[in-house]
Design a protein around this ligand. Structure first.
Ligand code: SF4
Ligand code: SF4
Length: 446
């Protein structure tokens, strides 16, 4: 079996958040592989933990990947590990995992948000800019998250993805970093953390790119790196929970058209044709009603810099871009922006968002504490494994109600002729529900 097949069979998808199927990425032809160890989303510590404790696995995975690509292209591939300079322990771990004669570079990144955005990282490592609406493979580069590479290494040793490290914190007695079976309901996690209040909500993934949830039946996924419990009346919760109608009303009454949102937008700074202040003029004054401003929504990566850091009036161009993106998708209008001859803005290197200021601005400093790593594997009574948490077609269930499964057994396969990902049982037990896009397994199910 080839490396690509083994990774596909193990169900590896991008652990950094987007969930792109890793076997599809690995089939690309590139001259540079960049390891993403930036972990820039505030409050998350899982990648730092993986780098410190499993640098050997990450480097082993990287070696196998670059060896396979180098063989295919007949020339050596450049390997760069991008890691924030402040992650000293991770850098030390990488330095001892890399052999003396090995050609693997370590690139120390500034402590800014979004240093972990693959387009930001790629520019830092190579000076190349991803075309508008494009992906790194289009300019001969591959960016892989540290967690994904550790999973690739597991895959090559025959172990599928059945769990992942999740940072668990917020207003709780016992924050943790824990290796949790995929599909664990939040209701099984909460008692282990001990919320400090009754009236709380969930912040899923992180404060910048994440979202607020209230349902304890929600479950962890292959792409979920953080779960935080926050008081329901916390300012950041209220901010992320605002209705679209409220955003429109606030935008109309408070936008000064100062264009700070544009000046700090990471995509604008890369030279892409996106100017968030113009979407505000569309909403507020029916100005700039040209197609370009509307379709520039496709170029927004929803990083949150414009609304959660740059805007002095706490307005949200991001929400409007998200809404336009949804409407364009519904109308079947694809991204028309594809310029590839791009120049970064001359202020780019000075406009990264300092993470400590960002955390203060979000009102989350008291929760920005690195939790202990739970050394014990978690035993949960039930998992609901979603089969559509990757980019591509949802996986097709291959089990029936009542089937006995062991951890690691195949439960969902890629539909014929589609791009997708495979899913495995994350606990040993009995299948108690099979829906189009999920499989439930109970440890003591009948
Ligand atoms: S930063 Fe805020 S106030 Fe200024 S243009 Fe953008 S949305 Fe309007
Ligand atoms: S969320 Fe805002 S800052 Fe981020 S890419 Fe979109 S418009 Fe730019």
């Amino acid at each position: 079996m080839t490396l690509v097949q083994k990774v596909m069979e193990a169900g590896v998808i991008g652990a950094g958040g987007a969930g792109f199927p890793t076997h599809v990425k690995l089939a690309g032809e590139v001259d540079t592989v960049i390891v993403n160890g930036a972990e820039c989303e505030p409050l998350l510590y899982g990648d730092q933990s993986i780098m410190e404790n499993r640098a050997g696995d990450i480097v082993a995975g990287l070696r196998r990947v670059t060896h396979s690509i180098s063989e295919k292209r007949g020339a050596q591939v450049r390997s760069v590990i991008g890691v924030k300079g402040k992650y000293k322990a991770a850098i030390t771990a990488f330095k001892s995992a890399i052999k003396p004669n090995e050609n693997i570079e370590i690139l120390e990144l500034p402590n800014v948000y979004p240093a972990g955005d693959e387009q930001f990282l790629l520019f830092e490592a190579t000076g190349r800019i991803v075309p508008e609406g494009g992906i790194p493979l289009m300019i001969g580069a591959m960016v892989m998250n540290v967690g994904t590479l550790a999973q690739v290494n597991e895959a090559l040793n025959g172990r599928p993805v059945t769990s992942r490290l999740v940072t668990l914190g917020g207003a709780v007695e016992k924050p943790l970093i824990a290796d949790i079976p995929i599909g664990t309901p939040f209701s099984e996690i909460v008692p282990k953390l001990g919320p400090k209040m009754d009236d709380y909500v969930f912040l899923i993934n992180g404060p910048m790119m994440g979202r607020i949830g209230t349902d304890p039946a929600e479950v962890t996924t292959k792409t979920m790196g953080g779960l935080f419990i926050l008081p329901k009346d916390h300012s950041h919760v209220r901010r992320l929970s605002r209705k679209l109608t409220t955003e429109i009303r606030l935008g109309k009454s408070a936008c000064e058209v100062c264009r700070y949102c544009t000046d700090y937008c990471p995509r604008y700074l890369q030279g892409h044709a996106i100017e968030p202040h113009k979407i505000m003029r569309v909403i507020n004054y029916d100005r700039d009603l040209d197609t370009k401003t509307i379709t520039s929504a496709w170029l927004c990566c929803e990083c949150g810099v414009c609304d959660l850091f740059a805007c002095p009036m706490a307005l949200s161009p991001r929400v409007f871009f998200r809404e336009f993106k949804r409407k364009l998708k519904d109308a079947g209008i694809k991204n028309p922006h594809n310029r590839s001859e791009l120049e970064p803005d001359q202020m780019r290197s000075m406009r990264g968002t300092p993470v400590s200021r960002l955390v203060t601005r979000l009102g989350l400093s008291e929760y920005d504490i690195r939790p202990e790593l739970d050394p014990n594997p978690w035993s949960v009574s039930k998992v609901v494994i979603k089969l559509d948490t990757h980019i591509g077609a949802p996986a097709k269930p291959v089990v029936v109600i009542g089937a006995k499964v062991a951890r690691g057994d195949l439960i969902g396969k890629i539909p014929e002729g589609s791009m997708g990902a495979i899913y495995h049982a994350s606990i040993t037990g009995t299948v108690t529900s099979v829906l189009e896009k999920s499989v439930t397994i109970e440890r003591n199910g009948r």
